[in-house]
Design a protein around this ligand. Structure first.
Ligand code: ADP
Length: 179
């Protein structure tokens, strides 16, 4: 599924983010930036040790923020590491922190002249954010960002499994109907 937002394209795809051919891929990292499971484990496994070496020099990352490194052996030339919130019921500012992850990642892309970015569904694995809620926040935040900023030409969500893809597709359909 894809939609146009001003001069940019927003795409949903089912797949594995380590195979993405966009200039940057976003990692659902943790605050240490020293590796973990899920997307993080997969990116370091496929991207190789060069990514971790750069991460070690960054001194971690706050929840809601993003930092960039090389893509190592990935097809993508850069990895943007962002730290999603752990879902604790929704009353701890999780929605704003999750939105911030998408904005700060796109800021990092723009600052580095990157025109295409793939995102996973941040916080919806080990950090337990409900997928439907997370999808709405992710898509609304990226859509709003692309309306304001023209530099990033392609944002792709790479969703792991059919159920994640379907949830994002429904959320995107609802969002575009209402705008
Ligand atoms: P978090 O700690 O932010 O929750 P996870 O990596 O545990 O991050 O999970 C985030 C989402 O990414 C989950 O929905 C999970 O199913 C999905 N995911 C896991 N591995 C991959 C992958 N290789 N490519 C794309 N998405 C993935």
């Amino acid at each position: 599924m894809e939609v146009r937002i001003n001069h940019s394209k927003l795409e949903l795809k089912e797949g594995d983010i380590t195979e993405a051919d966009t200039e940057a891929v976003v990692n659902a990292a943790n605050r240490s930036l020293l590796g973990g499971g899920g997307v993080d484990g997969a990116i370091h496994r496929v991207g190789g040790p060069e990514i971790l070496e750069e991460c070690r020099k960054l001194g971690g990352c706050e929840t809601g923020d993003a930092k960039i490194t090389t893509g190592g052996n990935l097809k993508a030339k850069c990895v943007i590491h962002t730290v999603g919130p752990v879902y604790q019921g929704g009353g701890k500012g999780e929605a704003e922190l999750l939105a911030s992850c998408y904005r700060r990642s796109l800021d990092a892309a723009r600052e580095n002249g990157i025109k295409s970015v793939s995102f996973p569904s941040i916080s919806t694995g080990a950090y337990r954010y409900p997928m439907e809620e997370a999808a709405k926040i992710a898509l609304r935040t990226v859509t709003d960002y692309l309306k304001k900023h023209q530099e990033v030409e392609l944002v792709r969500f790479v969703l792991y499994g059919k159920s994640a893809y379907d949830t994002y597709s429904q959320a995107l359909a609802a969002l575009t109907e209402n705008t």
